[in-house]
Ligand binder design. Structure first.
Ligand code: COA
Length: 538
């Protein structure tokens, strides 16, 4: 494969400015992640200690093999929402290694409103379950939750992707033979009681863990019976009498020891056979990405400079290098895995869409995972391009992306606007994982374009009514709010808060995160490759 040679001048003013701007974004990201992980009230800390419980971080530290990587999922979910303190939507989640086995872990945080489940907490749980299902990873849940966050119960309970779906998914995980282990470390109340009940293995902690359909306050209100949580659904009740729980644990540490023992008994699953070779570092330092990615979205740069800092040995076999140059496609190894990469180098045209379609088909046939580096303002617009059939060609790309059966991974590295989001494997196209860089922006179109469309629509209306077009003040009154909204709602933080991505990445960590994600995806054998794609409009 050809070695990508850099043309970046690391001494240039533009490089230095970009570098400083991205470093600031990365520092802000680190601060946000620290806050989400550590900011808990003194009251909650005291209560947790009084009950003899470990913190979520301590539970994870006990559970995971020392010195192994932890790929955190959605740590900034619900950021800035509710009262601003529901960090991570009330839970920690990630992919880690337990007894040498990759697993997905979800842990309620009892120090955030008693571990109660907010609407985005449900969304996070469903996302983690999807990751377990798609990658066939055993799922470990550390339950410690007051159940539904009652003031928002109508947003959590009734719909197809609300709370009930969590248990529906558990049934499907079980049917698909994906092991589910639950440690009951706190309350599992009402619907929450089904989390252990629907798991394959249930460990129950004496004293703090309790499972019941109605907690003591509800029982007292309904029947007048006065009973403690331990008497109603403690480890003694469920390990000795009801048979709901399987393993009796003295405390958190004992429960984690039991979980680890159970994981060590799980049979190895069948794996995807990805082509591999020994990994090699890229030739250029990852931090140089800070200086390469422009501060402003509309400034173009060569995506090959990014590839040179992501892939093994900076080696890249470019596919159709001279055709459809606004999309770079090609083969490379990343942490030793052969991958097919698509990276935007400008707006998507018919040729680049056709090239992408063919390349995706090839990777799908060959069982090669796909990586999308998404930085796209959209498909080209205008009379010439409509006549040339851009919609028809864009459709082929969108169609191929949707039905490709190999694992797909998307990194939002800049703009994500319009149908470009779809063609480049946005969230709705089921990439196994999707991350944003801190500079990423997402929307139906850029805020300035959206504002101009609205002004133009208004002026057309006025013209129909025989009135003069909007004056500068009226134009500003329309543009101002749209621009402000676009700035806020289009940001990577807004995306991550809403779980439109699996997290925001320091660009310099992209290579390692992708490597971990591909390794996780390898746990699911490749299926359905012989089924091809749908009908392509010619
Ligand atoms: N909905 C909304 N808020 C809840 C809640 C719920 N279901 N359960 C607890 N909270 C809040 C409390 O109001 C408190 O808020 P504050 O910190 O602003 O005062 C916070 O969570 C912690 O609760 P607290 O009772 O002080 O902590 P604890 O560690 O002693 O007990 C629970 C935690 C979860 C065991 C206990 O609060 C409880 O039993 N909650 C009700 C559980 C229930 O019946 N849920 C049914 C819903 S399906």
């Amino acid at each position: 494969m050809q070695v990508l040679e850099t043309r970046v001048d690391t001494g240039s003013e533009a490089y230095r400015e970009n570098f400083a701007a991205m470093r600031e974004l990365v520092e802000e990201l680190r601060r946000e992640l620290r806050t989400a992980r550590d900011e808990r009230s003194e009251k909650a800390r005291r209560r947790n200690a009084e009950l003899g419980k470990r913190t979520v971080q301590q539970r994870l530290d006990l559970l995971l093999d020392p010195g192994t990587p932890w790929l955190e999922l959605a740590p900034l979910a619900a950021r800035g929402m509710y009262d601003g303190g529901v960090h991570g939507a009330g839970s920690r989640a990630g992919i880690g290694v337990v007894c040498g086995r990759e697993v997905v872990v979800l842990a309620n945080d009892p120090m955030i409103k008693g571990g109660t489940i907010y609407p985005l907490g449900v969304k996070k749980t469903l996302r983690v379950q999807t990751i377990a299902l798609e990658n066939r990873l055993p799922m470990i849940t550390l339950v410690d939750s007051g159940g539904a966050f009652l003031p928002l119960q109508s947003e959590i309970f009734p719909d197809v992707d609300d709370g009930g779906r969590v248990f529906y998914n558990q049934a499907w995980l079980s049917k698909r033979n994906i092991p589910q282990l639950t440690a009951v470390m706190g309350l599992c109340t009402a619907g929450g009681a089904y989390i252990p009940a629907m798991s394959d293995h249930v460990v129950h902690v004496r004293g703090t863990g309790a499972i019941f359909l109605g907690g003591p306050p509800l029982v007292r209100a309904a029947t007048g019976e006065v009973v403690t949580a331990e008497e109603l659904g403690g480890a003694d009740v469920h390990c000795r009498e009801s048979g709901v729980s399987d393993y009796f644990a003295e405390d958190d540490a004992d429960a984690v020891r039991l979980l680890r023992d159970i994981v060590s008994t799980l049979p190895p699953g069948r794996r995807a056979e990805f082509a591999c070779r020994p990994p090699a570092a890229p030739l250029y330092p990852a931090e140089e990405l800070y200086g390469i990615v422009p501060r402003r979205l509309h400034v173009s740069y060569d995506v090959r400079e990014v590839l040179a800092r992501l892939v093994d040995g900076s080696e890249f076999l470019e596919f159709k290098a001279l055709y459809g140059p606004t999309l770079v496609c090609g083969w490379a190894y990343l942490h030793g895995f052969l991958v097919g990469i698509l990276g935007n180098n400008g707006v998507l045209l018919s040729e680049s869409s056709l090239k992408a379609t063919q390349f995706i088909q090839l990777c799908d046939r060959q069982g090669v995972p796909l990586i999308f580096l998404q930085n796209i303002t959209g498909y080209i617009v205008g009379r010439e391009y409509e006549r040339g059939g851009i919609t028809k060609d864009g459709h082929k790309m969108v169609n191929a992306v949707a039905t490709a059966t190999v694992p797909k991974f998307t990194v939002m590295t800049g703009a994500s606007f319009g149908a470009g989001n779809y063609g480049m494997c946005g969230r709705a196209y089921s990439p196994r994982f999707l991350w944003s860089w801190p500079n990423a922006r997402i929307g139906v179109m850029g805020p300035a374009q959206a504002a101009d469309v609205l002004v133009s629509v208004k002026n057309d209306q006025l013209a129909r009514e025989g009135q003069p077009p909007l004056g500068p003040e009226a134009v500003e009154a329309i543009r101002g709010p749209v621009l402000a909204f676009g700035e806020q709602e289009g940001s990577a933080y807004h995306s991550s808060a809403n779980l439109w991505d699996d997290g925001i990445l320091d660009p310099a960590q992209t290579r390692d995160v992708l490597g971990l994600a591909i390794a996780a995806a390898r746990n699911a054998p490749l299926e359905g490759r012989d089924q091809g794609h749908g009908t392509f409009r010619m």
